[in-house]
Ligand binder design. Sequence first.
Ligand SMILES: [Zn+2]
Length: 206
Amino acid sequence: MKCSQSIRLVEDPRCRTCGYPIWGDAESADFCQNCEHLTPVYEQCVSLVLFKGAVRGLVHALKYEQGLWALRDIRVLMENASWPDGFSLEGQVVAVPLHPRKLRERGYNQSELIARELCSVVPGFHFEQPLERVLDTESQTKFDKRDRRRNLKNAFSLRSNRAIDPAKRYLIIDDVFTTGSTINACASALRKAGARRIDALTVGHG
Ligand SMILES: [Zn+2]
């Protein structure tokens, strides 16, 4: 990959809630300062890389410019990922769903493409989408953290004819970790449907 010198893979120690690396003397070895007081519905979120430079360009291309070529580079990031100590590489992979209107507009769900790519890199993962986006929430970028959570609270639900297996481990995929509210809302929907083991993965940490 070009520009690989500007890409920083995240390694341990890292925050269990947002995936951000923990540098220096943190109060807790498991959580960064931003997340110390959060109580996420999932157990751990992994971010493959820090969201800047070339990585920002990749995700932007995939999300806003129909840049499907970016998947090839994202795959390289997955192949070189440094997985957290004790992080299971097995389970059902779930993508953050798009609302049907948005899906029509974009033509694909970038998180689903990332999820499918991950499953082809890591044989223990398989993709199956149990969730749907039932609320067409407005673009989240203009809301603050609390508004985002409120806006997203009931945005996701279990698709009809889908069942959650409490014995299974679920891994939610999103492109970028920003406030964590989207992943948390998906995790809530999974948990409400009976999931007991939920983790998450994003390409970048924003
Ligand atoms: Zn954190």
